[in-house]
Design a binder for this molecule. Structure first.
Ligand SMILES: [Zn+2]
Length: 387
């Protein structure tokens, strides 16, 4: 067991100086002074963390583990992401998905990659399905993937996307209906993770699902809601969806900073959504890491997972939000929509010991995933070890 002493804990709520007792990969206790635990002679090491904010490990619900591309041809094929890119960026849980290339990048290779990252220490999940309808699957069907495979927690689909202009509403509704069934059978969130492209329909197909088959808004997470263009109503539709009880996901790499002028900067998108009356708990942020964005030489580069932490920091500086509120977009809110709240997204007893120390300069000093140090010095300022 380890007792970590931190001067500044955000759970995401600000708790100040706290001791955190860890054992078996979980957080066993959190309290202002747990030094009495060190009386467990020979079983516990006590470590004082250097100054900085201790936050829950970030949860990234939209990552191209095996590299993405967005309909920009072979030049936009991006490589697989390495474990270190997550650990060094404070991400301890990630959900992988397929991009627009589904002929050569497949669900089996996505699942294998999820296992590889998991072995290294990251908690990983994947979405079955893809942009195409009928949705591809791994076993016998989308519901059987979710019921039979631990790593599958939902399905990806796409609406209003120029690269996959799916017009078959019946097929879309069949997929959504199968997710309602999968949720009941598996007990998982069985989320419909919905890529929203820039076509004029915006979220119209999602509104139709809710109206025509009573699809629960809480089971869908439309993403890329900060896609802004003259013709697409996606942002306005997103506000409407969130006010109706859904959760909307903004994408870090969509915006002028990443060479995509048709996107709204995610910090601005969050502030606009809050201004429009969207409850803060209905907003999440994901990286879209591994996807291709234009580079400065006329080619493409892959978005790094570190963009998530970068935008978390920007929300607190440029956006003026306090840390607990900004943190919820990349921890607690994401855990809730993915059905992981009992293990992920907070620093509290019973949770997985996924912890990140962010230094005063905004860099990750140290990342612990399920009780294992996966980035940074393994043992920091060892104050005392009882033998
Ligand atoms: Zn993507």
């Amino acid at each position: 067991m380890r007792l970590l002493r931190s001067s500044h804990v955000f759970a995401p709520a600000e708790l100040g100086a706290q001791d955190i007792l860890i054992g078996g990969g979980r957080i066993l206790a959190v309290g202002a002074d747990l030094s009495a635990a060190s009386a467990l002679d020979g079983l516990i090491s006590v470590e004082t963390l250097p100054p900085g904010r201790l936050i829950p490990g970030l949860i990234d619900q939209h990552v191209h583990f095996i590299g993405g591309g967005e309909g920009d041809g072979p030049e936009a094929r991006m490589p697989e992401l390495a474990f270190e890119a997550f650990a060094s960026a404070g991400i301890t849980t990630a959900v992988g998905l397929l991009g627009s290339e589904i002929e050569a990048k497949t669900l089996p290779s996505l699942l294998r990659k999820a296992h590889e990252l998991d072995r290294a220490g990251l908690t990983t999940f994947i979405y079955t399905g893809a942009m195409a309808l009928p949705a591809p699957f791994l076993t016998q069907s989308v519901p059987s993937d979710i019921a039979l495979l631990d790593k599958v927690i939902g399905a990806k689909s796409a609406i209003s996307e120029r690269a996959f202009p799916n017009l078959d509403f019946a097929a879309f509704a069949a997929l959504a209906g199968s997710l309602v069934q999968a949720k009941a059978v598996s007990g998982k969130a069985a989320v419909l993770h919905l890529h929203v492209g820039r076509l004029r329909g915006g979220l119209a197909a999602l509104f139709d699902l809710i109206e025509k088959i009573d699809f629960p808004p809480s089971q869908a997470v439309p993403t890329h809601i900060n896609r802004a263009s003259d013709v697409s109503p996606v942002f306005e539709h997103g506000i409407r969806f969130a006010k109706a009880g859904g959760t909307i996901d903004f994408t870090c790499c969509l915006g002028p900073r990443d060479g995509l002028p048709a996107g709204l900067d995610p910090v601005e998108a969050v502030l606009r959504a809050l201004d429009a009356g969207v409850p803060a708990e209905r907003i999440t942020l994901s990286s879209d890491a591994g996807v291709a964005v234009p580079d400065h030489r006329g080619g493409f580069r892959a978005v790094p997972p570190a963009i998530l932490l970068c935008d978390l920091l920007r929300l607190t500086t440029e956006g003026g939000l306090d840390w607990p509120q900004a943190l919820a977009f990349v921890t607690g809110n994401v855990a809730r929509v993915l059905g992981l709240s009992s293990r992920k997204g907070a620093i509290a007893p019973g949770m997985d010991a996924d912890l990140v120390l962010v230094g005063e300069d905004g860099r990750v000093v140290w990342t612990m995933a399920a009780g294992r140090v996966v980035f940074g010095p393994g043992m920091i300022t060892r104050e005392m070890t009882v033998h």
